[in-house]
Design a protein around this ligand. Structure first.
Ligand code: NI
Ligand code: MN
Length: 227
């Protein structure tokens, strides 16, 4: 079984695992880095880390058309449920065995206000154990926090973390995050979308390669990585 992760630009990811299609933070419309459009997406599930517009993005339109179940925290799930979407609410620290694997919500240091000003609960990351036993950590938007060490103790095959700075960890803290998470593979995201979060991912990658044993994969929007 292969697990294929595609970066569509910014924090928008597609994951194909065991025949299931999952979209994470599907922000296509208005995303200057997007390499695909929302109307081409036919996911079975959509995962939303937090309520900000650059993460909830096209969730409503895509889920309505595809019938995808949206998984998020209880507050965001409630807000989406009122709009007629199929949802599954979880919360920080809680895991559930979905068809595509065991998904746990993890801590993230950030905000989560929804586009209309509604309360979006706490922001989250996701720790997925696929049906073939791979551990994939999607940090979401977050600053550095020491409990990344606890997440790393689970034995991560892949971690996807922000490096853009300004709204999330920048390159220095993201390097420290890699040291706490100790993943086999690491992919940087949430940079380059706008000038405010411009970074040199290759310079960051060489620092990570020098100081840790993680393998860095610098993707271009539209690129995929297979695990
Ligand atoms: Ni955000
Ligand atoms: Mn963001």
């Amino acid at each position: 079984m292969t697990n294929k992760l595609t970066w569509y630009g910014h924090a928008t990811l597609g994951l194909e695992t065991g025949g299931y299609k999952i979209l994470i933070d599907p922000y296509f419309t208005g995303n200057p880095a997007a390499t695909a459009s929302a109307d081409k997406m036919k996911p079975d599930f959509i995962l939303v880390t937090h309520g900000h517009g650059d993460h909830i993005g096209d969730t409503v339109a895509i889920a309505r058309r595809s019938g995808a179940t949206v998984i998020s925290n209880a507050e965001i799930s409630g807000w989406l449920g009122k709009q007629g979407l199929k949802t599954h609410a979880q919360h920080l620290g809680g895991g559930y065995k979905h068809l595509f694997g065991y998904l746990k919500l993890t801590l993230a240091l950030h905000g989560s206000g929804l586009p209309d000003g509604s309360y979006g609960g706490n922001p989250a990351g996701f720790l997925l154990t696929t049906n073939d036993g791979k551990k994939i950590y999607l940090a979401g938007d977050t600053g550095l926090f020491g409990d990344m060490k606890l997440i790393g103790e689970e034995g991560l095959d892949l971690a996807v973390i922000p490096i853009g700075d300004n709204y999330t960890m920048g390159p220095d803290d993201a390097l420290r995050a890699v040291k706490l998470l100790t993943p086999r593979h690491i992919i940087p995201i949430h940079f380059g979308t706008w000038g405010l979060i411009a970074q040199d991912p290759n310079a960051w990658a060489s620092r990570v390669q020098k100081e840790t044993s993680a393998q860095v994969h610098v993707l271009k929007p539209g690129d995929s990585f297979e695990l």
